[in-house]
Design a protein around this ligand. Structure first.
Ligand code: SF4
Length: 221
């Protein structure tokens, strides 16, 4: 636990501006953007959402959306038919059951079409200020490399990491780990030689250890 908390503090120094990389201004926008982010990048989603949010300003608009129009807008994000189905379903569920508002509880959020725990925790943490651990592919890979868990199942990962890290840190820890996974601790060949938490990481050395080569691998944007 002490090592995990120290690692979180080091990551906080490394990424003082860690944040949700999806663009949004309301809980509904974040919910929709997070659903669209499956199997694609946040940057790709951010290119698509300005038009989407302008055309569909509220839950009722998604509920009444023409499927083909919506699919055309969502096409660049991939899996656009399934995503359009989810987005229309979310609009309908919000109108029918939640007065058009995004609910503030995990139990309610996961009843919405296409919304799992990861998406629910993104919305809770970033739109409502409720601490949440966002176990995506980066988060899972990093906490296993860091030796915080051996679990593969996201719910078990969430539970084990939740026992190590203070609840108030959960949302920011998620951002920091995801930032680190995108910029340094890559899936295939992590840049261990340029990693600020290498001394706290039992997997240090699984990737590139030469400091100069590793520094050249780090993504900076
Ligand atoms: S030392 Fe290597 S494996 Fe460990 S967190 Fe850093 S980049 Fe990832």
């Amino acid at each position: 636990m002490r090592r995990a908390r120290r690692t979180n503090r080091e990551l906080a120094s490394t990424y003082p501006d860690a944040h949700c990389e999806l663009d949004f201004t309301t809980p509904l926008e974040l919910l929709i953007a997070t659903v669209l982010s499956a199997q694609t990048t946040d940057k790709r989603v951010n290119l698509t959402t300005p038009e989407l949010f302008a055309r569909y300003p509220d839950a009722a608009a998604y509920a009444a959306a023409d499927r083909e129009d919506l699919e055309d807008i969502l096409r660049p994000t991939g899996f656009f038919r399934a995503k359009a189905q989810s987005v229309i379903g979310i609009g309908q569920a919000l109108v029918e059951r939640y007065d058009g508002q995004v609910p503030r509880s995990l139990d309610d959020l996961v009843t919405l079409p296409g919304v799992g725990r990861k998406t629910a925790n993104v919305v809770l943490g970033n739109a409502f200020g409720v601490p949440g651990l966002t176990v995506d592919t980066h988060f899972g890979r990093l906490v296993r490399r860091l030796g915080w868990t051996t679990e593969e199942d996201p719910v078990k990962v969430e539970t084990e990491v939740g026992e190590l890290i203070e609840k108030r840190e959960w949302t920011m820890l998620s951002h920091r780990l995801i930032f680190h996974g995108r910029r340094v601790c890559f899936a295939r060949r992590p840049a261990c030689g340029a990693c600020t938490i290498a001394q706290l990481c039992p997997s240090s050395g699984v990737g590139e250890t030469d400091p100069v080569v590793a520094a050249g691998m780090v993504k900076t944007d």
